[in-house]
Write a protein of this length. Structure first.
Length: 530
């Protein structure tokens, strides 16, 4: 929400909407970075970790937000980008001046000016090394060239980052999300002859040591901490969030969001492999449970297209799809995260024009895709499906101009369906998507079987059906979700009695005395056996 009409959402705008979040039932509010930044990567290029970018407000605005959130029973979770800084950060400027102390804050390597130290690829395209003629050295940037990777091998860097956490903890912050934190320990600096380099820096040799030190020394063991884990493994996530490891409270991982990547390539489109999706949920939910580790449950975030447009139907079945996706994860084992707009069924942008996009990754890959042989039309089709801007368009508050987000010109266009998809039209509507989310949150808080129960998946369901059972103190909760636009018969031993349905996304929820249940398109049914 933009409070001052400059087109950018800001801290005062968030404070204005705390009552809305309280009505929904939110416990914690995760804010993406609002620190001083040149905004090359929407704030994930931090130039000053202790100060607020003027476009988002002042420190007084933040302190007011933290106070008002606490008054409503909500904690504030900050997004800490500790794998890299902006090249505008004072540390990096000192490094560029030749200051050896600060050069050691980053990863500089010697190599001829026409030969990068390794063949690693940046996550945003191109080589992951940038040459500095004045120094005769290259620096590593796993993301944009204006995002220089920090050297966690240097204990001074680790001390700086601990002090930053303590600074914000003293400001009233009660949780931290750590951006791409499993990339902070690099194994070596050699060519990758089989991939893009990620095997040399993902879940590196000292990452668990570094996390234990960071969390312990900063005194945040009792705070909510969540790590974003890029291309990670189940075994590592068990360590990152295992109760006995003392690292993080929970983890974000992304395998379920790669089931529509053709040959593992984000920029090659294919229909979602729903069989793989079901297997992923089963393997990871049961695997994490077996080690008493904890999942962060989500479909969407600032780096992803809208799941509703991706795995559901944002047209005819928008309402049913949105509720299905919500129910699938809210009834699982873990902590659900709702990305802004999920709770009202916001969709992808469908911009169809590269000039309307703002994301650096999308712009880079629009060019790269054409270099690979795609036409302009084919390239923009891929961008429309995959761009991170799909999840970054302004929150659709009302049917008024700019969806009520700003009185000025928004930094990026509002999706043009805000006249019918907006929060104001749903808050008091009994059968709205917003009300469904609100009910799911309430159920998690009132039913121990959802918050604390065990989970087991039925792996014999027809493709497109995700089904699992929760158990707690002799009770069972069985969930079925049809992820397709077709009616599918699923096994349902003992039948379903309407009186046992805890929640469903069709008003005429099914019941049957048979051992099968007919699940309609995008139908969700959860049955509680008392």
């Amino acid at each position: 929400m933009d409070s001052n009409g400059d087109g950018f959402g800001d801290l005062k705008g968030v404070t204005m909407k705390l009552d809305y979040l309280q009505k929904l039932g939110v416990d914690y509010l995760w804010l993406t970075p609002f620190f001083v930044s040149p905004q090359v990567d929407n704030g994930y290029d931090v130039a000053d970790y202790r100060n607020i970018d003027p476009r988002f407000g002042t420190m007084a605005d933040f302190e007011e937000l933290a106070k008002e959130a606490k008054r409503r029973g909500m904690g504030i979770m900050l997004d800490m980008v500790f794998n890299h800084t902006s090249t505008e950060h004072d540390w990096f400027k000192r490094a560029l001046s030749g200051d050896k102390e600060y050069m050691d804050y980053y990863i500089f390597k010697d190599s001829p000016s026409d030969m990068p130290p390794t063949n690693w690829e940046s996550k945003f395209g191109g080589n992951a090394w940038e040459y500095v003629p004045a120094l005769g050295k290259w620096y590593l940037h796993l993301f944009d060239k204006k995002q220089a990777d920090l050297n966690w091998e240097n204990p001074k860097v680790r001390e700086e980052l601990k002090e930053i956490l303590c600074f914000w903890k003293n400001k009233g912050v009660s949780g931290f999300r750590f951006d791409v934190v499993n990339l902070i320990s690099k194994a070596d600096y050699e060519n990758d002859n089989e991939g893009d380099g990620r095997s040399h820096y993902t879940d590196g040799p000292r990452v668990h040591e570094y996390l234990k030190e960071l969390v312990g020394d900063a005194g945040i063991e009792d705070m909510i901490t969540v790590g974003e884990m890029s291309s990670t493994s189940l075994d590592n996530c068990i360590r990152y969030s295992g109760e006995s490891e003392h690292e993080l409270s929970m983890v974000f991982h992304f395998q379920h969001l790669k089931v529509d990547y053709k040959d593992g390539d984000k920029w090659s489109l294919m229909p979602a492999d729903l069989k793989a999706l079901g297997k992923f949920f089963a393997d990871w939910q049961e695997g994490m449970q077996g080690a008493n580790a904890w999942d962060a449950l989500f479909w969407d975030n600032h780096d992803q297209p809208r799941a509703l447009s991706r795995f559901g139907d944002d047209g005819k079945f928008r309402d049913k799809s949105a509720k299905l996706l919500a129910g699938i994860i809210h009834l699982m084992r873990g902590t659900p995260y709702i990305y802004q707009g999920d709770e009202i069924g916001m969709t992808n942008t469908h911009f169809h024009d590269i000039t309307r996009y703002r994301d650096v990754e999308s712009k880079n890959y629009y060019e790269i895709l054409q270099e690979r042989g795609l036409s302009e039309e084919e390239a923009i089709t891929v961008i429309d499906e995959r761009s991170r801007d799909n999840g970054r368009t302004p929150m659709q508050w009302t049917a008024e101009a700019n969806a009520g987000f700003t009185a000025g010109t928004p930094w990026i266009e509002v999706v043009n369906n805000f006249g019918r998809i907006n929060a104001a039209s749903q808050i008091e509507e009994e059968n709205s998507i917003f009300s469904f989310y609100k009910e799911l949150i309430s159920l998690r808080k009132s039913h121990k079987i959802i918050s604390d129960g065990t989970i087991s998946f039925d792996r014999n369901m027809p493709e497109g059906i995700i089904s699992y059972t929760r158990e707690y103190e002799g009770k069972t909760l069985t969930v079925w979700g049809n992820m397709t636009e077709n009616e599918i018969q699923a096994e349902c031993k003992g039948g379903v009695d309407r009186g046992d349905i805890l929640i469903a996304n069709y008003e005429d929820a099914p019941y049957t005395k048979d051992d099968t249940i007919a699940l309609r398109p995008y139908e969700l049914v959860a049955v509680l056996d008392k």
